[in-house]
Design a protein around this ligand. Structure first.
Ligand code: AN7
Length: 356
């Protein structure tokens, strides 16, 4: 069967009807990749899987929520959508709006979004305004404007975003045959952890899985309001996607943590870059820095003995969500490695360099 995106695949779990115009780029159906290297770090009895959401059409998990948010906006007759964004939401909103033929306006924090994401919002024809302020200020403005004018807000405060994004859990359960034991995920505005938890609960309710994972969320240390227990006025991290000081779904993230018996913790930029390089060098997976907060969190917890050996005969399964593609932020990649050596086009010189 030709795959046509998450709405068609999971329509029975989503608020859609035969009348909903399906605006899709065939998002979802992303690979769940076994990581031999990370499983080995934890030792016998553990299996680590990477959900590579960077392989969605615009290169991030946002497409799962955006297909539904834009489809519902069209169903309701909306002609314009708006979002504030650290980059990926704007890229996705711009692409799906282009497909739908509606207007898209995005507010981004000036100077704080990765180049790939900015290029996406612009090439898809969105109206891009760079706010002299941070993401939290941009979101406040987007909420104010969309509550007064006939423009649909497509940030994750839009419930259809959460509904679409919960399909990530369905895919993981379908792939593993049941829910994993632990689910590790980066936390920024906290929509995705909210969505995954909702998805796991609903799939169990529907009899499609038998268990629920512990939800383990990771913020960047310089942008860790939930861990610290108060909003951060001037969040700081190289993981610009999660440079958020006052998450919109704060309470829902805490509920996911508490209901599942999980935790929300933080990782330093250094730990994020270490995980970024491990994924690239050991697994051949290029994920953007914010994505790697999940793997950095796994490594951090493994060192503290959090994943203690379990007696169960079955392996303990852990999924890490890699939320966005590494190509989103080429500047960061280049800053993290040595630049190529410039060399004269002479055979002998090249052979000498490569040791032959
Ligand atoms: C790669 O695009 O908030 O906790 O405006 O792009 O659901 O916010 C992006 C968030 C993780 C955090 N990883 O997810 C935006 C935006 C990547 C991201 C997150 C984002 P949430």
């Amino acid at each position: 069967m030709h795959y046509e995106g998450i709405i068609k695949k999971y329509s029975r779990y989503l608020p859609v009807s035969g009348k909903t115009p399906v605006i899709t780029l065939n998002e979802g159906n992303t690979p769940l990749i076994f990581s031999g290297y990370l499983s080995g770090l934890l030792g016998a009895g553990f299996e680590v899987y990477l959900k590579y959401e960077g392989l969605n059409p615009t290169g991030s998990f946002k497409d799962r929520g955006m297909t539904l948010a834009i489809s519902k906006a069209c169903e309701e007759g909306s002609k314009a959508v708006m979002c504030a964004s650290t980059g990926n939401t704007s890229a996705s909103a711009a692409a799906y709006s282009a497909k739908a033929g509606i207007k898209c306006i995005v507010l981004i924090p000036n100077g704080s979004i990765a180049l790939g994401k900015l290029s996406q919002a612009m090439i898809h024809g969105a109206t891009v305004l760079a706010i002299e302020g941070n993401f939290d200020e941009a979101l406040k403005l987007a909420r104010e404007i969309t509550s007064e004018f006939p423009i649909t807000l497509v940030n994750s405060l839009n419930p259809y975003r959460i509904e679409g994004q919960k399909t990530g859990s369905f895919e993981i359960c379908d792939c593993l045959g049941d829910a994993p034991d632990f689910h590790i995920i980066p936390v920024g505005n906290a929509g995705n952890i909210t969505a995954y938890w909702k998805g796991y609960k609903e799939y169990k309710q529907a009899g499609k899985s038998t268990a629920l994972p512990k939800m383990l969320g990771f913020q960047a240390q310089g942008a860790a309001p939930i861990v610290k227990g108060h909003p951060i006025k001037h969040p700081k991290t190289i993981a610009t996607a999660i440079k958020i000081g006052n998450p919109a779904s704060w309470a829902q993230a805490e509920a996911a943590r508490d209901e599942s018996g999980g935790l929300i913790n933080m990782v330093t930029d250094k730990q994020i870059i270490e995980a970024y390089k491990i994924l690239a060098e050991k697994e051949g997976i290029f994920a953007e820095p914010a994505s790697c907060a999940s793997v950095a969190g796994l490594i951090k917890l493994s060192k503290t003995g959090y994943f203690s050996k379990r007696k169960a005969k079955k392996p303990t399964r852990i999924t890490c969500i890699l939320t966005g593609h590494g190509l989103k932020d080429p500047d960061r990649a280049i800053k993290s490695v040595k630049m190529p050596k410039v060399i004269k086009p002479k055979l002998k010189l090249i052979l000498k360099e490569i040791g032959y």
